[in-house]
Write a protein that binds this ligand. Structure first.
Ligand code: PMP
Ligand code: GLU
Length: 387
């Protein structure tokens, strides 16, 4: 019955671990939710208020499939401001989250058999999205000593006549790595030399705690780059499903047509909320959220540094730490999934197994949780590991 397309598709590991931890919590167990990457804050009141008002004033109908014009303009000026680029309305399409934006860009530009270079550890959904577009994901593991960042030298041996594109995700999920301007320039030069497009997923662009943010959607990299962003993380709006793709007009128009036959526009009320969010990016509620993440990052790095035989590169951005627990896996003769399930059952600590991110030596910890929960949970992890 099932199509070839979905038969081999893996469940999203991040969402699967989240389900397991919800099941455990429903049984009354204390759970430390370090699995799914979702801010623990509520959407700020000024955004919620704008949504109530929008509902009362008629934002309840279909809108233009690509998003209402004023939202496309607001995204263009928001994304362009941070990157020093002027972006036009018809270079922007509004999507149901950044996930939908990545999937739609790939559907619009990948042909059957096209190979896409995928730096690993990678976010769980990229390989499946590439496959869904009939492409072939070609993972390239970055070395931990380099913060898991890949370089042109590492990518080069994987280039074939069928290579068409490169995924860049900085700040990155699951490693928190941030590519600096020099490293981004090197990737852009590499893409130019091999005539590749770049899909640059910059959903964590406001979460940079060390190093310097850079985007390939700039200067000479702009023409070959599709920039993906959204409000799920920045504004604690995961449930509203607001994302966007920005890039060359013809592809953006094609994504509009694709959405016209699949999802249509994102919810009208979410678009009204997004307008308020983008107008209020300097709101203290949003600034204090980022400051709280910076505090958590510092504390989590200090606590994790004390774990024996656990290695990691301090994350510079996003809100994840990718832990190399190879020595523990070997000692326990366990793969990362078995490790994560036993850890969850015995201690209530929920992590995500690294094989889902293309690195079977690791596990991902999301620190989008309150400080006291992080402290208690990491202590529980430490005592489990020392057994
Ligand atoms: N890209 C990355 C790297 C992510 O971690 C996520 C996590 N949700 C997404 C895209 C999708 O986010 P959303 O669809 O909620 O905007
Ligand atoms: N992106 C988040 C994560 O990696 C949310 C879950 C998902 O959409 O995969 O945990």
């Amino acid at each position: 019955m099932l199509s070839q397309r979905v038969r081999t598709m893996e469940e999203s590991a991040t969402l699967a671990m989240n389900k397991l931890r919800l099941d455990l919590r429903a049984k009354g167990r204390k759970v430390f939710n370090f699995s799914v990457g979702e801010p623990d804050f509520d959407t700020p009141p000024f955004i919620r208020r704008a949504a109530y008002e929008a509902l009362e004033s008629g934002w309840t109908r279909y809108t233009a499939v690509e998003g209402v014009p004023e939202l496309r303009d607001a995204v263009a000026s928001h994304a362009g401001g941070l990157r020093g680029e002027r972006i036009a309305r018809d270079e922007v399409v509004i999507t149901c989250g950044a996930k939908h934006a990545c999937a739609n860009v790939l559907l619009a530009i990948v042909d059957p058999g096209d190979e896409v270079l995928l730096p690993a550890p990678y976010w769980v959904s990229y390989p499946e999205m590439i496959r869904l577009a009939d492409g072939i994901a070609v993972p390239v593991l970055g070395p931990r000593e380099n913060g898991y960042r890949v370089t042109p030298e590492l990518l080069l041996p994987k280039v074939t006549p069928r290579t068409v594109g490169l995924i860049v995700n900085s700040p990155g999920n699951p490693t928190g790595c941030v590519y600096n301007p020099r490293e981004i320039a090197a990737l852009v030069a590499f893409a130019k030399a091999h005539d590749l497009w770049i899909l640059s997923d910059e959903i964590y662009d406001r979460f940079v705690f060390a190093g310097e943010f850079a985007s390939p959607y700039r200067g000479e990299g702009r023409a070959r780059t599709f920039l993906v962003g959204g409000l799920s993380k920045t504004c604690a709006m995961t449930g509203w499903r607001i994302g966007w793709a920005i890039g060359e007009r013809e592809t953006i128009a094609a994504i509009g047509r694709l959405q016209g036959h699949t999802t249509s526009n994102i919810a009208a009320v979410s678009q009204a909320a997004a307008l308020a969010a983008l107008a209020g990016m300097d709101d203290p509620a949003l600034r204090s959220m980022v400051e709280e993440f910076a505090r958590r990052r510092a504390r989590v790095i200090a606590l994790l540094s004390e774990l024996k035989d656990v290695y990691f590169t301090p994350p510079e951005g996003a809100f994840y730490v990718f832990l190399d627990i190879g020595a523990h896996l070997q000692r326990r003769r366990a793969n990362p999934l078995e490790f994560c399930i036993r850890l969850l059952e015995e201690t209530g600590v929920a992590l995500v197994p690294g094989d889902a991110f293309g690195d079977p030596r690791g596990v991902r910890l999301s620190y989008a949780r309150p400080l006291d929960e992080l402290e208690q949970g990491i202590h529980a992890l430490a005592s489990y590991l020392s057994k």
